[in-house]
Design a protein around this ligand. Structure first.
Ligand code: P1T
Length: 387
């Protein structure tokens, strides 16, 4: 079965007692047993739930994973993975990662005696020289949030294999419709399903997929022990979103390509960051490992913080909000919003400047989106006192 068909059918057989074509929301916390230990496959909904099972089966299939686990949030997924390690273990992470990922590594797991190195994983030599005897895992985001840097996942997977390290790839910005890290050699694929997978900005969730049965058992054990599981309705909303994932990704990308072109020649935009532009340093690698470039754009606005602030406050269709990947376009200011938890010096060293604005391009009409950005950019250059 091809991807589009699997998105609609895998894990989603008509329900046996009524023939309902949509997986029901099994809104139950527990399951009646015939005699102690004699049950129909489910005991308690922290451990398993049929609606969640359907979501896990479908998403695992889309990522080419034998095993899938759905979580209450992307951070719930990431934190649960980290609990497989112990004090003294070392993790190397892409330096440009989502602010919340940086925060949980740097502020929570460090307190438990783990250590982290944040390196530019697009530079394989820098990655190699960060490996220590106590290194256990490499954590890659590609494209990164927010700077859309591209890491060669195959190369990193080869390095990890030769050094006995696990490789986890956060695939949130691509979704399995465009990139499947397990096929490129990663041990784990991770998602904030809040984004493109859910696709409608109405549910928070996370996912981990793997082909390693031992890893699956260890993470599943911890998921049940720690408890970051999605409720049945959240699992159902996410599963409903998945049905249109390939259609939406194509629309996000075609709008993003159009807007990236438009912004590239705009006099009030200093730099456009979009992996689909041939000038992007990761463009060639991206073409070898993904079937597209996605719907996220970074732009540095001329005029510094004030101009960036004015653009963000002036768009009407692009809502000023954290998050991404929904059908509606969003705009945000990483330094003040999504990446405020990264210390200022580190932000600046990474390139998260005060004039950087992040766009999550939705599936609205591209001319409407262009006109919205145009009017906001015009306002960005006016003297602030006139508004
Ligand atoms: O928000 P949550 O579902 O817990 O997922 C966290 C997360 C993990 N990985 C990546 C790449 C992410 O972008 C996120 C969440 N990001 C945002 C909320 C944001 O606006 O960038």
């Amino acid at each position: 079965m091809k991807f589009e068909t699997r998105a609609i059918h895998v894990g989603q057989e008509p329900e046996r007692t009524t023939g309902a074509v949509v997986v029901p929301i099994y809104q139950t916390s527990t399951y009646a047993q015939r005699s102690p230990g004699d049950h129909l496959g489910h005991e308690y909904s922290r451990t398993s739930n049929p609606t969640r099972d359907a979501l896990q089966t479908c998403l695992a299939s889309l990522e080419g994973a034998n095993h899938g686990m759905a979580f209450s949030s992307g951070m719930g997924a990431i934190s649960t993975i980290l609990t497989i390690f112990k004090s003294g273990d070392h993790v190397i992470s892409t330096d440009d990662v989502y602010g919340g990922t940086f925060r949980v590594f740097d502020k929570i797991f460090k307190e438990f005696g783990m250590s982290f190195s944040f390196v530019d994983t697009s530079d394989i030599r820098a990655l190699e020289s960060a490996v220590r005897p106590e290194t256990r895992m490499v954590w890659v985001e590609s494209p990164t949030n927010p700077l859309l840097r591209i890491t060669d996942i195959r190369k990193v997977a080869d390095l990890c294999r030769s050094r006995g390290l696990l490789l986890a790839v956060d695939n949130t910005f691509m979704s399995p419709a465009l990139q499947r890290p397990l096929e490129l050699g990663a041990d784990m694929v991770v998602h904030s399903t809040t984004k493109y997978i859910g696709g409608h900005s109405d549910v928070v969730g996370g996912f981990v997929g793997t082909n390693n049965p031992d890893l699956h058992e260890r993470i599943k054990f911890r998921q049940n022990a720690v408890g970051a599981v999605p409720g049945p309705f959240d699992a159902w909303l996410t599963l409903r979103g998945i049905k249109t994932l390939p259609l939406r990704m194509a629309a996000h990308e075609s709008n993003a390509r159009h807007l990236a072109q438009f912004l590239s020649s705009h006099p009030f935009v200093q730099e456009v960051i979009y992996p689909g532009l041939p000038s992007h340093p990761g463009h060639a690698v991206q073409k070898t490992q993904a079937s597209g470039f996605g719907g996220m754009i970074g732009m540095r606005v001329r005029g510094g913080l004030e101009a960036a602030r004015r653009v963000c406050s002036s768009t009407k269709l692009f809502f000023l909000a954290e998050s991404l990947g929904g059908v509606e376009s969003l705009i945000e200011h990483p330094a003040i919003m999504t990446h405020a938890s990264v210390p200022k010096e580190q932000r600046e060293a990474r390139g998260i400047t005060d004039n950087l604005v992040r766009l999550s391009v939705g599936v609205e009409n591209r001319e409407d989106l262009q006109a919205d950005l145009e009017q906001a950019l015009q306002l960005s250059q006016r003297d602030g006192s006139s508004r």
